[in-house]
Design a protein around this ligand. Structure first.
Ligand code: KPL
Length: 328
């Protein structure tokens, strides 16, 4: 796909001598599975300048030297990638995508501050509830976008990921800056990604968190792939019950679910991602802290705020928090 200069998020630099408009600069924060996958998907496009911001200089150097390696179903490829722990190495960006774990959002925002000018869009595609609210503490509300991705990836090593499946990104502006959401969607589409814009960001995030509440803790606790949850009747039943509980809490919290059928949606995702290890299972297997506080934990907090109970989410939160993790 050829570069379309109208995709610039900010007005092209007013250097009238230069016949070439600057390429849009995208910086991805967090070289985990999803960060590396998107650094590769966007970085292979010649019309974009893509950087990867890490907090670890040693790993950043390694990734800069080797590139990002994507093991895709059609074969492996390497994308040369500028990765640095120093945000000043990138200059200001047109788009910053936050892909750190949810518990690192505040640290990521602080680290990314030098990348952000008044023309920069900051997009979170992280799991869980509460991420865009943290970003809004650091950046103007109208520059913050939030969304979800249905893609899956497994981190195989530093800068190396296995692409599980490419799904759609849905994003929007919690502050109602739909024009910015549209421009960012076009930028991502120009890299061949499937992107849709929504005006109901909270509804979008609750739909995703409902799926994560059901699948992630059950896979992490049983150490099973997403698809296996469907094969064991008691777990299949529990998927339905957790989904129903989150649906009810969401309803009390004001989510407009429309014709979203909770149990059915969760089972469809299990089927579509049957061989995936959920991100929470990957965290547990690697001995890393999980995002449980931002998934079932966030639903428990919302339930408490609205004076209702969420016993299954509460139980799953406790069980996952109780797992002995090497780095947790
Ligand atoms: O988002 C996911 C995750 O693993 O965090 C799902 C949808 C469960 C896919 O694995």
């Amino acid at each position: 796909m050829t570069y379309n200069p109208t995709l610039m998020l900010s007005s092209p630099h007013s250097d009238t001598q230069s016949p070439q408009p600057a390429k849009p600069r995208v910086v991805i924060v967090g070289p985990g599975a999803m960060g590396c996958l998107h650094a590769g998907l966007l970085g292979r496009m010649p019309h974009l300048q893509v950087g990867l911001l890490d907090h670890r200089p040693d790993r950043a150097k390694l990734i800069s030297n080797q590139g990002v390696i994507i093991e895709a179903p059609e074969g492996s490829y390497t994308v040369p990638t500028q990765c640095s722990a120093n945000p000043d190495d990138f200059g200001t960006a047109d788009l910053v995508i936050i892909f750190t774990k949810a518990y690192d959002t505040a640290a990521a925002a602080e680290h990314a501050e030098p990348l952000v000018s008044e023309d920069t869009a900051i997009l979170t595609l992280q799991n869980g509830l509460g991420n865009y609210e943290v970003l809004q503490k650091y950046f103007p509300d109208e520059q913050v976008l939030a969304g979800t991705t249905a893609s899956g990836a497994t981190l195989l090593g530093d800068g190396r990921v296995r692409q599980a499946g490419l799904g759609k990104i849905v994003l929007g502006s919690p502050a109602g800056n739909h024009e910015l959401a549209q421009r960012v969607a076009e930028l991502l589409q120009s890299a061949g990604l499937a992107v849709q814009v929504t005006e109901d960001v909270d509804g979008l995030l609750w739909r995703k968190v409902l799926i994560n509440c059901a699948i992630n803790p059950l896979t992490a606790l049983t150490r099973r792939c997403n698809g296996e949850l469907l094969e064991i009747p008691v777990l299949r039943e529990l998927l339905d019950e957790v989904a129903e509980e989150v649906y009810e809490v969401g309803q009390v919290a004001g989510v407009e679910w429309g014709n979203f059928a909770p149990g059915q949606e969760v089972k469809q995702v299990c089927q579509a991602t049957a061989t995936n290890q959920s991100s929470m299972l990957q965290d547990v297997l690697a001995g890393r802290r999980t995002e449980i506080d931002y998934i079932t934990g966030a639903v428990v907090a919302a339930a408490q705020q609205h004076g209702v109970a969420a016993p299954l989410c509460q139980c799953l939160t406790a069980l996952v928090k109780g797992l002995a993790l090497r780095h947790g």
